[in-house]
Design a protein around this ligand. Structure first.
Ligand SMILES: [Cu+2]
Length: 120
């Protein structure tokens, strides 16, 4: 009887240590995405305002070209982007707050679109 009990305790100890050594690590995966958007401004505007949809933690890469010097303001993200005529301008940001944010060309106040950031 004592041998059986000792065997069971040893077996339980072996199984417990095997479980500790071999248990799978918790799955950690980053679901954030990077999205790219391209704006070609003609006379300070684009044909149709764009809606950019992101989730918290996503990265947005924006590329701009313009036939005239322009200044673009992204509200919420508070980016002020200076674009020189004929020179491609690339910027990027990480969506760190939810909400709807306007993108506009300053001085003319023309809307380039809206950035919508949703919870993940
Ligand atoms: Cu503005």
């Amino acid at each position: 009887m004592r041998q059986k009990l000792l065997f069971l305790i040893c077996a339980a100890a072996v199984l417990a240590s095997l479980w500790l050594v071999m248990k799978p690590a918790p799955a950690v995966h980053d679901t954030s995405e990077t999205q790219a958007f391209y704006f070609a401004l003609l006379d300070g505007s684009i044909p149709e305002p764009m809606v950019i949809q992101l989730k918290l933690g996503d990265t947005a890469k924006l590329s701009f070209v313009s036939d005239k010097d322009a200044a673009v303001h992204i509200h919420g993200v508070e980016m002020h982007i200076v674009i020189e005529a004929g020179i491609k301008k690339d910027v990027e940001f990480v969506a760190t707050q939810t909400g709807r944010f306007a993108m506009e060309v300053h001085v003319s106040e023309i809307q380039l679109g809206t950035i919508e950031v949703y919870p993940r």
